[in-house]
Design a protein. Structure first.
Length: 380
């Protein structure tokens, strides 16, 4: 039973099915008949759109038939309902969480989906679903903020290239901050209409030559001054000042390395590659403070990982800051040379298990290490 009035439509791209045909299909229990009935009712509603909400009974019929439908039928259904303003919300939400080829038309276009529905997809669905949400035209600032909070590189890239997304000034600032570690964001951000001159100057410190020229062409940037600042920050890693050398001679090398890392982080030049370079230069303390700052870990936690009986925690810390798992075995050999053969070689090489996201690696590290005092735990 329908509680709303169906009004004649002006569309002429196909005749709606006759009620008698639908009634015949309704009495046929076969799977094929059920699927034809589903698409027939959709065609009828599409030809004569309801002037209000569908009745709960008809919505339940839609939902029941859709759940029984084969994959190809659900895909066609998703495409037909992607722009329908009359579509039952419960059915639209079911399709939005279906496999991505079925869900994509709904996620990218359905006017039925609300912010709460999209937030649920970001939490519950696959990476491909999240990308489709980030590409959706005119997503709200609330949804954009949720995408930025999750910090998945591919989803952030989709959001950054979505020029219709309602991203706040703070959201753009956070995207710029993410571009320090996610190089793919830099190009789209330099062209983004919401990028401010202040944020462009920040990005100038860590982008390549071509993007610096792009920033300079769009904004008034003192390339000479910023270039000198970048050079000074990088140069400070391997060439301490005379005062710092004196400090080192007084046995305060650790404090000197900490200050260098602070300087490097302020200049936007603290990246995983520089940690690897520090190990090659046999500067273990610089590596410790750099890994701590880049990963947001306590220095004590990093040192605990370096003295553990197994390299598992250290691997997770390195993975959390973007050091590739293919690089880790060589890095581990060099670290053991600097650190009395620690961490130990107990346990299996966890880096052979497969790729790990930076967020997952950071969580695993914190589970293993625990508090700042460094009680070593078993990962769960």
């Amino acid at each position: 039973m329908v509680l709303v009035q169906l009004v004649p439509a002006t569309r002429t791209d196909g005749a709606a099915p006759r009620p008698s045909d639908l009634l015949t299909l309704a009495h046929n229990p076969s799977t094929e008949a059920r699927q034809r009935l589903l698409l027939g009712v959709v065609a009828l509603c599409d030809a004569c759109p309801p002037t209000g909400e569908l009745s709960p009974v008809l919505s339940e019929i839609f939902l029941t038939l859709a759940r029984q439908a084969e994959r190809d039928v659900r895909k066609v259904l998703s495409e037909k309902l992607a722009h329908a303003e009359w579509a039952p919300p419960a059915l639209v939400n079911v399709l939005a969480l279906d496999e991505i080829e079925i869900a994509r038309p709904i996620l990218e276009s359905s006017p039925i989906l609300q912010d709460e529905d999209l937030l649920r997809v970001l939490i519950e669905a696959s990476l491909e679903h999240q990308i489709a949400v980030a590409r959706r035209p005119r997503i709200s600032g609330r949804v954009a903020d949720a995408v930025i909070d999750q910090a998945e590189p591919a989803v952030l890239m989709a959001l950054t290239t979505n020029r219709t997304a309602e991203i706040s000034v703070e959201g753009v600032r956070r995207l710029v901050e993410h571009s320090r570690r996610i190089a793919a964001l830099r190009g789209p951000l330099t062209r983004h209409p919401l990028l401010t001159e202040a944020l462009a100057e920040q990005m100038y410190r860590w982008v390549g030559t071509a993007l610096r020229q792009s920033i300079a062409a769009r904004f008034t940037v003192d390339q000479e001054a910023l270039g000198a600042a970048v050079h000074a920050a990088v140069d400070g890693i391997l060439r301490p000042t005379e005062a710092e050398e004196d400090t080192e001679g007084q046995g305060d090398r650790d404090e000197m390395e900490r200050r260098l890392i602070d300087k490097l982080q302020s200049a936007g030049q603290l990246r995983a590659g520089l940690l690897i370079r520090a190990v090659r230069e046999k500067r273990l303390s610089l590596f410790v403070h750099g890994l701590s700052a880049l990963g947001g870990f306590a220095v004590g936690q990093v040192r605990t990982a370096l003295t553990a009986p197994t390299p598992e925690a250290l691997y997770y810390a390195c993975a959390a800051v973007g050091i590739d798992r293919a690089v880790f075995p060589t890095l581990l050999v060099e670290l053991r040379k600097l650190n009395d053969s620690l961490p130990g070689d107990q346990g299996e090489p966890v880096w052979l298990r497969g790729a790990l996201s930076q967020g997952s690696a950071a969580r695993a590290f914190k589970v293993l290490i625990g508090g700042e005092q460094g009680e070593h735990k078993a990962a769960v």
